[in-house]
Ligand binder design. Structure first.
Ligand code: SD4
Length: 328
């Protein structure tokens, strides 16, 4: 089944959530004017629809904007059919599924975990690191020990289909980037509540078949996620190495601080990656931006970067503008 067809099926299967999914999708999503005081939630990729649905529900039930972005992406972490987020993700080249996640709120508080293996919801651990420790980031064995000691229950699972796929890959062990195949569909979620408070989250199993110990942009504050309560928030998806090198999400927020609108801020960050990198054929990077007033935007290197939006106009899936066209 081709990617577009698969996406379409995934969109229709969440039709109850996505009341206004446009199909075919518009080439460029534009920041929509919003009624004052309306919450806005945006998330990366098609699975953002499920994450937005949960975040919206949390906000509607009186939860905080931080509750919303943590529990929103936790839905995707818990989906064991998802091959790029949570323990259903593809393993590293040694067969271990290792997870990275972070959160940040409107006060600039931040929490992050990287290279954790035996927990279902790294984003909840990241939040706990933020709220219960003097640190921002815990990694690997130390993060796991701290999580156990702080009430998180280990979960060890093996998914035979995923392991079989990895063993097949290991025969040739080739790394060949292909834009938009489901090995880099990190979920990042940004939200602003009715009082203008922002929060963001990001969680991933990282690049499929990465070197054991590799950490991408997703748990790095300023790379995979950045929230500044006075300005706005941004998150990234795609090849993390490209995002880290330009401090991608921080770049997007700083551009918004200078008055650049969210879509253009994302485009300029993408442009910086494209100009400064060597051969990036097949390497996708997408940014989402949400300004404190609720205006939002997105941009990616290649076509095919979808994102979910929930606001006063409903729930829908859009596709960002792009600077290159992917021809497989
Ligand atoms: C990362 N941006 O770890 C994340 C997700 C990913 O290709 O694997 N992207 O780099």
């Amino acid at each position: 089944m081709d990617n577009d067809r698969r996406r379409f099926l995934r969109i229709t299967s969440t039709a109850a959530v996505a009341a206004a999914v446009p199909w075919p999708r518009p080439a460029v999503a534009r920041a929509a004017p919003l009624p004052p005081g309306s919450p806005v939630v945006i998330s990366t990729w098609d699975h953002g629809l499920d994450a937005n649905s949960k975040a919206w529900q949390v906000l509607g039930a009186g939860g905080s904007v931080l509750d919303a972005v943590v529990e929103g992406v936790a839905v995707v972490e818990n989906d064991l059919t998802n091959r790029s987020v949570g323990q259903g993700g593809r393993p590293d080249r040694d067969g271990h599924v290792t997870l990275d996640a972070c959160v940040q709120d409107h006060e600039g508080r931040a929490g992050s975990v990287a290279f954790v293996e035996h927990f279902a919801n790294p984003v909840r651990i990241a939040r706990a690191v933020m709220e219960r420790t003097p640190h921002v980031m815990l990694v690997g064995e130390g993060a796991e020990r701290w999580a156990r000691e702080n009430g998180f229950t280990e979960r060890r699972i093996t998914l035979p289909g995923v392991q079989a796929e990895w063993k097949e890959w290991a025969v040739k062990s080739e790394y060949k980037p292909v834009a938009n195949i489901e090995n880099h569909d990190t979920i990042g979620q940004l939200a602003v509540d009715t009082q203008g408070r922002l929060a963001g989250s990001c969680t991933t199993s990282g690049m499929a078949y990465k070197i054991h110990g590799r950490v991408g942009d997703s748990p790095i504050i300023g790379a995979g996620l950045f929230v500044d309560g006075e300005v706005g928030a941004a998150c990234a998806t795609g090849t993390g190495e490209l995002v880290i090198r330009v401090a991608g999400s921080h770049t997007v927020v700083e551009l918004m601080r200078q008055g650049v609108d969210p879509t253009e801020a994302c485009r300029q960050a993408v442009d910086r990656i494209v100009r400064r990198s060597g051969n990036i054929d097949g390497h996708q990077v997408g940014f989402l931006a949400l300004r404190a007033d609720g205006a939002f935007g997105a941009y990616s290197i290649y076509n095919g970067f979808t994102y979910a939006v929930s606001d006063a106009s409903g729930h829908r899936l859009l596709e960002s503008g792009h600077v290159r066209r992917w021809k497989p």
